[in-house]
Structures are given as structure tokens and as C-alpha cells.
Write a protein that binds this ligand. Structure first.
Ligand code: NDP
Length: 510
């Protein structure tokens, strides 16, 4: 595949590359340069309908294969992802602006997920449990749900689609996937990989496009489970819609307003390093990025000085350059949003410590003048103040330093004071404090003496409160894409019931 697409790329439906119904196309743009990376068909309701019909038709045969036969196609993809690591990592970095080690890590996380799903085909499925009646077998079997609709965001354009699709497929479901409008090239490459495996027609389908194509997937009755990863706004809309439909499920993972607690017993180097990684890696555009750093007053001045020094200097630039720490934001519209929050911080009267909203011209690499550049924005905020900037997800390098006095209880109270509950970290050398945080922080992903970013797919990945509603990710996804049948089989003579329920049938003559 070339490094730039020349023809409008197509949808992949029912084992074929198709133009689709709409005359409209859209462009993928490199956010570091403003260059066009290619043109893509914009999916319509009719394209989604065709993909869903294909997935529905393919389900019976696909679900009838053995787990290991289904996994074979995924093993091909696993090897392909490894073989094309450099190339695909570069495409990720070009298309979504992530620094190159992050682009490659995205591909690595994808093959980790594929490996987990394919290997799971040889692991026990379901449960055998003791029955309270001797002579009865009691066990739980899993069965695929049917057609799974997958809707993914741009910021992990290779890993997240495989979070959704790898387990879904090995479990015997068929899928219709809509990649994010900002990263269709990554979508195209993934579809090419599926096509090359020779997976039966209709099992994997991809429709490129915008939110309206996603909506058409969500609204269709043939979809049994909607898997969504993206913003809270869209995720809650989807959960609300699907929740009202009998038999249909939605598992949605959404944003966060993640915090790091740094106590007076923290190792300063670990604290500063973790906070910088959490706040600025991926230019703050990870769902787990930290926008709230809650620091004990006794070490606050020392922490602030070191953190601010790095925020002033951190390298923003070409994502393909290994010396870059922060690439661009994803698009101009998003820069407007982040800039708006930086301005709101002034309006809300916080003390701004670093403002690199507009970078100096000398900082922008040659040939990248049209990139969507922004640097860190750091401010000091009263943790007890009711501010929008410290409570709403910005999804950019916009960070509040919040000094606290008192004990770990107070720090965790501040930490929990948000509607979100995705990720958080504690930096402390005191295990009592770590354990208190572990037991009381309202989050799905918790880190100790580490940045609050990073995931291993063999753990669950998901949030609580406004951040999560089911797990369309990592190993827990199995619950969203399978039905459980509780089987009880009588091997004895006569019928005996549990809980002392009488099995006697009495008649009028008794
Ligand atoms: P969006 O919610 O804007 O988009 C996510 C996907 O949903 C895109 O494919 C989008 O299409 C599609 N979509 C938009 N509107 C609808 C609709 N009405 N019905 C169905 N689908 C729709 O999120 P972003 O792509 O901007 O991603 C950033 C967000 O994702 C952040 O909030 C981040 O925190 C969160 N996120 C959460 C993760 C988690 O695991 N908790 C992981 C990664 C990101 P389109 O192509 O038009 O954008």
C-alpha cells in the first residue's frame, strides 16, 4: 500500500470493495502538516444497510465454525500486524498526529488484543458449577449474540477497533465497523488485512463515514450489541437509545477528567515524571490523560517548580521525529475547543502558570506550518472551587495543579469530585495511602507510582460513573458479545427440584 492514497477508498462489505451509495467523499488530513492523505467514500444509511444485511446473512455459518477455526483468521491478522508494525505505526502517526513510538504502540496493542482473543479459542469457556441436587449437572455456556456494531474513536485508530472486533469474531459474532472520520486510512488498512485472510464474506464489514453512519448502525434492529468508544456525549446518547430496545445491548467507554494524587510521602522524581507523562503524552488526547494534579501543600512548591519547568520546555513537533514528545492536536475544530477552555481558565480567575496555546513560530518545524499546534497550558486552581475547567473533560494539554492540605482522605475526596470515573494515579511511598486510594478512588483504572496512562489488554479496561457503561474493551468485552445459557441437566431418575420445591403432581383425587 502506498504512503498516500490516490483514489477515493471504498467500503468493505460482504467480501467486496464497494463505492457505496453516496456521491459524497471526505478527506483524511495529516494534522501535523495539513496535507491530504487521501479521499474516502462517506457511508450512507443504504451502505450501512447493505453491510448489516451481509453480516446478518453470514452469522449462521460463521457461528457454526469451531472457535479454533474462527481464530485462524485472527492469527493471520496477528502476524500481519507484526510484519507491518513500522509501516502501520507510521500511518497512525501521520493520520492522528501521535508521536511515532505511540503510533507503533497502538499497533502493538492491537496485536496483543488479537493474540489474546485468538488464544482464548483454546481456553475453557463458560463454567461448570455444582448443583445442589445430586444427579444434576449445572453449567453455563456462552453463545454469540449475532451482529455486533462497532463504532470507534480516532485516538487509538488500530488498537480500539481490535478491542471491539477480535473477541467478537472469535466468539462467533459478525461485525459491522465504522472507523472514526479522522482516521479512515487506518480503517482501510485494517479492512485490507481482513480481506487478505479470506475470512468468509459478510463476517467482517467496514463502512467509512461520519456520525450519521454510526447512528444508522445503532438504530438498526439487526444489531444485537453496539460497542462504542468515544465521547461521553455520544456514548450516553447511544446507551439511552439502545437501553430502550428489548434484547439489545450497548457497551460504551467514554471520556474522563482524570486525576493524580501526589502525597507528601511521594518520591518527587516519580511524581513529576508521572504527571508530565499523564498530562502531555498524546498531547493530552488520551481518554486516560490527566487534567487534575492534586498535590500535598508540603511538597507543592517543589513539585510546581519542576512541573512548570518541563511544561515550558516540553518538545512539541513533528510526530515522525523520535525527539518529539507532543505532536499536534487532531483538527482545527478541536483546537478551538481546547483554546476555549484555556480562555475559560482566565475567565474563571485561576492563576495561569504556563500558557503555550500559541506556539512561537520558531518552535514549528519547517514544512509543518499548517499543523494544528498547541503547547501545554498549566494553571493553579483551588480544589474546593466549583470551576468548569477543573470538572469538564478538555481532551488536550490543559492541566490544573490543585494543592491540598490534610490527609489522604481529603486528597481522595478532591480526586472523586468529578462526574467522571475513568483513570487515576497515586504517587506515594506509604502503602496505607496507596491502599486508601485503591479502596476509595472512584475509577475503573488505577495506577500506583506510575502515570495514569497505559493499558494491558489482559486486564479490564473501563470506567465508572459518567465514563463507562459496559466494557467494549480488553478481556471484559466477552460479556457484551456473548449470551450466557444456564444449563441444568438431570442424570438421575425422576425429577428433583432445588430450594426444596416439591416436584409432586397432585390430582383432584389426592
Ligand atoms: P466521538 O464521540 O466524537 O466519536 C467516536 C465515534 O462515534 C466516531 O466514529 C464518530 O463518528 C461516532 N459518532 C459520532 N456521533 C455519533 C452518533 N450520534 N451515533 C453513533 N456514532 C457517532 O469521539 P472522538 O472520536 O472525538 O474521541 C475522543 C473521545 O473518546 C474523548 O472523549 C475520549 O476521552 C474518548 N475515548 C475514550 C476511551 C475509553 O476507553 N474510555 C478511549 C479513547 C477515547 P465521526 O467519525 O463522525 O467522528
Amino acid at each position: 500500500m502506498s504512503q498516500q492514497l490516490s483514489e477515493p477508498s471504498q467500503h468493505y462489505v460482504d467480501g467486496e470493495w464497494i463505492d457505496g451509495d453516496g456521491a459524497e467523499t471526505f478527506e483524511s488530513t495529516n494534522p501535523a502538516t495539513g496535507e491530504s492523505l487521501g479521499e474516502f467514500q462517506r457511508g450512507t444509511d443504504a451502505d450501512v444497510d447493505r453491510a448489516l444485511a451481509a453480516a446478518d446473512d453470514a452469522f449462521e455459518e460463521w457461528s457454526g465454525l469451531s472457535y479454533t477455526d474462527r481464530a485462524e483468521y485472527l492469527w493471520d491478522i496477528y502476524h500481519e500486524l507484526k510484519e507491518r508494525h513500522e509501516e502501520l505505526g507510521g500511518i497512525v502517526s501521520k493520520e492522528c498526529g501521535k508521536e511515532i513510538s505511540e503510533g507503533k504502540a497502538d499497533v502493538n496493542e492491537a496485536w496483543d488484543m488479537v493474540e489474546w482473543a485468538a488464544a482464548d479459542a483454546r481456553h475453557p469457556h463458560g463454567d461448570v458449577v455444582p448443583s445442589e441436587i445430586a444427579g444434576k449437572d449445572a453449567y453455563m455456556r456462552r453463545q454469540p449474540r449475532g451482529v455486533i456494531g462497532c463504532i470507534t474513536p480516532w485516538n487509538f485508530p488500530v488498537a480500539i477497533p481490535f478491542w471491539h472486533m477480535a473477541v467478537s469474531l472469535v466468539e462467533g459474532n459478525t461485525v459491522v465497523w465504522k472507523p472514526a472520520e479522522q482516521t479512515p486510512w487506518c480503517g482501510q488498512v485494517i479492512a485490507e488485512m481482513f480481506a487478505e485472510t479470506g475470512i468468509p464474506d459478510g463476517v467482517f464489514n467496514m463502512v467509512q463515514g461520519y456520525g450519521d453512519a454510526g447512528e444508522a448502525i445503532v438504530d438498526d434492529d439487526r444489531v444485537q450489541t453496539v460497542l462504542f468508544t468515544g465521547s461521553a456525549e455520544v456514548g450516553h446518547e447511544i446507551s439511552g437509545k439502545v437501553g430502550g430496545e428489548a434484547g439489545k445491548l450497548a457497551a460504551c467507554e467514554m471520556g474522563g477528567k482524570n486525576g493524580i494524587v501526589i502525597t507528601d510521602e511521594a518520591d518527587m522524581e516519580t511524581a513529576v515524571h508521572s504527571a508530565v507523562m499523564s498530562s502531555f503524552k498524546t498531547t493530552g488526547q488520551r481518554c486516560v490523560s490527566s487534567e487534575r494534579i492534586i498535590v500535598h501543600e508540603d511538597i507543592y512548591d517543589e513539585f510546581k517548580e519542576q512541573f512548570v519547568d518541563i511544561a515550558e520546555d516540553v518538545a512539541v513537533g513533528d510526530p515522525l521525529d523520535e525527539n518529539t514528545f507532543m505532536g499536534p492536536l487532531i483538527e482545527d475544530e478541536h483546537k478551538e475547543k481546547v483554546t476555549g477552555y484555556n480562555e475559560l481558565a482566565y475567565d474563571e480567575d485561576v492563576d495561569v502558570l504556563v500558557d503555550r496555546t500559541e506556539l512561537d513560530e520558531s518552535e514549528i518545524p519547517e514544512g509543518h506550518e499548517d499543523g494544528v499546534w498547541i503547547g501545554p497550558f498549566v494553571y493553579e486552581a483551588d480544589p474546593d472551587a466549583d470551576l468548569r475547567v477543573t470538572h469538564e473533560e478538555v481532551f488536550g494539554p490543559h492541566v490544573a495543579l490543585m494543592p491540598y492540605s490534610g490527609d489522604i482522605e481529603k486528597a481522595v475526596e478532591i480526586h472523586n469530585d468529578t462526574e467522571y470515573g475513568l483513570a487515576g494515579a497515586i504517587i506515594s511511598e506509604n502503602y496505607h495511602e496507596i491502599n486508601y486510594f485503591r479502596d476509595n478512588a472512584e475509577i475503573g483504572l488505577a495506577y500506583g507510582n506510575l502515570p495514569c496512562i497505559g493499558a494491558e489488554i489482559q486486564l479490564p479496561f473501563g470506567g465508572v460513573k459518567k465514563s463507562g457503561n459496559g466494557y467494549p474493551s480488553a478481556r471484559e468485552i466477552i460479556e457484551a458479545v456473548t449470551e450466557r445459557t444456564a444449563w441444568t441437566l438431570n442424570n438421575a431418575e425422576g425429577i428433583q427440584m432445588a430450594q426444596g420445591l416439591s416436584a409432586d403432581i397432585t390430582t383432584k383425587d389426592d
